[in-house]
Design a protein around this ligand. Structure first.
Ligand SMILES: [Zn+2]
Length: 328
């Protein structure tokens, strides 16, 4: 199968729905594709964009062989534009989509299609547009001209400016069912135990689980659990540990850490005898563990915000508070 014709199995219903809308000429010119991260919405939008531009779609997918598909492959299609978070000079990914990026879209929309067909604009993630950028887009969304298709992607649709949202038709790409994800992931991660663990830790997000597997995050998880227990036992220093954690990527660490605690609290509530868990082992207060989980969520928000927190200070203060969970 050619790569451009690939969507994930859990997206088939949404795909069929859009094709049906298109066939009946009822496809609104602006769509807001929304759903959780790590489930491949970006890929879905790209394949749909290809479908719209392809000259001879085959079996309900872009053909991968026509001149339009080739232009897209070469990333030189004049009637396609994709706006996303840019790589900054320091190598990190920017946290906002700026107005300059949207001005290019506005320009693009005012010109006629160079290939005589549709024009397609993908913006992801739409919630990353700052207010200036979002405002700049409004007019184009309102009067896009003929044959123009907007595909906006949002993982946190509530954060997308209301005036943008109201101009788009929502298309839900929900969290995929567990069995579908498990079956799909089994071709990449054959070890059942490892797969279940990564899926549990990633909150059922298939692509995040796969990414963690590729990062050998599974090995890192084992080490982090050991380290966290050593901290509680007073056998490790938070500052020494912080330095090893920074290498794994703080958003990954904080996400995993929160998921791990959630599973531990669940086991505690279910009182599983085969799994006493560290909360009981160290005699921690459940309330304090829950409070700490809240701290992790706040940390994650900071990491994803535009504030650019100092990651080293952040992880150090989390580990120090963690080490003190037992004493307070
Ligand atoms: Zn084609």
């Amino acid at each position: 199968m050619n790569e451009s014709a690939f969507i994930y199995p859990w997206q088939q219903d949404s795909w069929d729905y859009l094709l049906q809308q298109l066939e009946q000429q009822r496809l609104p010119h602006a769509l807001l594709l929304q759903g959780p991260t790590g489930c491949g919405i970006e890929k879905f939008a790209d394949v749909f964009a290809r479908y719209l531009l392809c000259e001879q779609p085959a079996s309900g997918f872009p053909c991968g062989n026509c001149s339009q598909c080739h232009l897209l492959d070469a990333q030189t299609h004049p009637d396609f534009i994709r706006v996303s978070l840019e790589q900054r000079d320091d190598g990190k990914v920017a946290k906002v989509i700026k107005v300059d990026q949207i001005r290019k879209v506005v320009d693009f929309v005012t010109h006629t299609s160079l290939q005589g067909g549709r024009r397609v604009i993908v913006i992801e993630p739409a919630e990353a547009m700052n207010p200036n950028a979002a405002n700049a887009l409004l007019k184009s969304l309102e009067e896009p001209g003929s044959n123009t298709q907007f595909l906006l992607i949002a993982h946190y649709p509530a954060k997308v400016m209301a005036t943008i949202r109201s101009r788009c038709q929502r298309v839900e790409l929900p969290q995929p069912p567990k069995d579908v994800v498990d079956q799909w992931l089994a071709t990449y991660i054959t070890d059942d135990k490892v797969r279940q663990r990564l899926l549990g830790m990633s909150g059922g997000s298939p692509l995040l689980a796969l990414e963690w597997q590729e990062l050998e995050f599974n090995d890192a998880i084992g080490e982090m659990v050991t380290g966290l227990k050593q901290l509680l036992a007073g056998e490790q220093s938070p500052l020494t540990m912080a330095s090893t954690w920074l290498d794994v990527g703080m958003v990954n660490v904080v996400t995993w850490w929160w998921r791990w605690l959630l599973l531990e609290v669940k086991h505690l509530v279910q009182n599983s005898p085969e799994r006493p868990g560290f909360i009981r082992q160290f005699g921690l207060s459940e309330q304090r563990v829950l409070g700490f989980m809240q701290q992790l969520l706040t940390a994650r928000q900071q990491l994803e915000s535009t504030a650019n927190p100092n990651e080293q200070l952040l992880v150090e203060s989390l580990l120090i508070d963690w080490a003190n969970l037992r004493n307070r």
